[in-house]
Structure formats: structure tokens, C-alpha cells
Design a protein around this ligand. Sequence first.
Ligand code: AMP
Ligand code: MN
Ligand code: MN
Ligand code: MN
Length: 276
Amino acid sequence: MFMTIDLHNHSYYSDGVLSPKELVCLAKKSECNVFALTDHDTIDGLNEAQQEANNQNIRLVHGVEISAMWSNMTIHIVGLNIDKDNSILRSGLKQHQDFRKIRASMMARGLGGAGVINAMEKTKALAKTDMITRTHFAQMLIQEGICKDIKSVFRRFLTGKKPGGVGGKWAQFDEVIEWIHVAGGVAVLAHPLRYRITQTKVMRMLSNLSNAGLNGVEVVTAYSTNEEIILMSKLADKYDLLYSCGSDYHGWNNQRIKIANLKDFPNSDRALWRDW
Ligand code: AMP
Ligand code: MN
Ligand code: MN
Ligand code: MN
């Protein structure tokens, strides 16, 4: 049977717009057969998603997108088919959630210095859970009329040495891969071509992560061109990684991304789910 698979999606338990329930309904409506919920550094949306998946008769993959450090920069590693009750994974995620709280107040202070009044309160008012991401700060700055779109907010306020820029203090990549493995999951590098680094550095990243036990890499994401898919499948082969695919759907209305609407792999024998 032909399968429609989307292994990277966000709900409002991190920086998505929809509830886990709404997301699962939308996945079903989009004729997705296998769907993963992968919120940033939290698994709190999985219970609600699983309940709805049972109602809708769609296969839900339990996932999480974990922030990690590699070479002093932040990268994202997706854990799939994880046991959400695993205590090592849970305590790792708790550590990241605690860092997010500290980071949010540092960001708010930085934005305050740049003249944004009550940044923390205004940002918290936009979030549906107590998870605060940079996306929430971005939404706040747009709502306040300080920036006109998400791209310019990140460039002007939320990165590097800009007023709301705070360096990541996430766990190292090898530790994050280990959390996923002890929880019985597979570890996948998210959106490998979105880190603003040279191709040589991408290759070094894949090599280091593969040596640390990474299982797969996202070969197809929402905006992948055919050239990028071919490049990534070659690199995946070179570093002995399986192919994953995911839209990184967040539900923002300025995003043209649709759930489960992805290009095919050039070689499906290397699909991450071949043994599922
Ligand atoms: P955080 O994990 O809190 O640092 O937030 C990271 C999230 O912000 C990413 O997952 C994206 O959803 C969003 N993001 C990061 N950079 C950009 C950008 N340049 N434009 C739009 N969204 C971005
Ligand atoms: Mn996000
Ligand atoms: Mn990501
Ligand atoms: Mn994501």
C-alpha cells in the first residue's frame, strides 16, 4: 500500500498553532497514514494526540524534537517511536524546559533594554502552555508593531548579539542521541540544510552525529528542492543514515506548508520506517 508519512509536526505544546487533537484531525483529513507529533523539548502533547489518533484510526508516532549543541551551535534532533514514560528522557527534557525558562527571562531583559516594555508578560499571554519559544517572542514583537514579519524579527531581535539573542545551553548532541536511544527511539537530524553552514560543515556534522549513533536524517522537508533531496540522500548513504521525511508543520497562516504533502525519496529502500 502507498503510505503518506509525515514525521515532523508541532502543536501548541511548543510553537505550533493547533492543539494535538486538531493536528491529528488535520493529518487524517490530509490522508496521512503515519503521523508524528514532535514538539520542541516536550512530550506533553502526546497523550491528547494518542487519544485522537485512536478515535481517527491513524497511526501516531510518538516523537519529540530536541534542541542540542554541536560545534557550539544549536541543532535539532528528532526522536521517533520513543517511550514517553522513560525517566532518563523525561529528566533530559525537564533540564531543557528549565533552561527555556531562564532563557526567556534573559531574552525579556534584553528586549527591555531595547525599549520593549513588559516583554515577558506580553509573550506569556500568547502562549497556550508554559513552554516559551522564540516563536512566541517573535509573535509578540509583530503584534506590538515592532516588526512586520517573522524573518525580520529573528534577524533584528532574536539571534546572535541582538537584544533578545541568548546562546543555547542545550545538552550536547551525543547525550541527546543517548536519551532517545535509552527511551527505545530512533534519532534523526532535523532539516540538515537549514543551519546556515557550508556543505563541508554539514558533512562534518553528519559524520560526528553518525559516529554518536544517529539513525537517520531528514532527506525531505517541506521546501526541499529535487537537487537538495538528491544531495541529502547521497550524504545519508555516505554516513550510513536512513532517510526520514517531515513537513515541520507549525500551522502558522503565513506558511504555505501542508501536512503530509512531501516529495518522494529517490530510494525508498533506505526509508527510516522500512522495519516498522
Ligand atoms: P527556540 O527553540 O525557542 O529557539 O525556537 C526555535 C523556533 O523558532 C524554530 O523551531 C522555528 O520554528 C522558529 N524559527 C527560528 N528561526 C526562524 C526564522 N528565521 N524565521 C522563522 N522562524 C524561525
Ligand atoms: Mn518551531
Ligand atoms: Mn527544528
Ligand atoms: Mn520543528
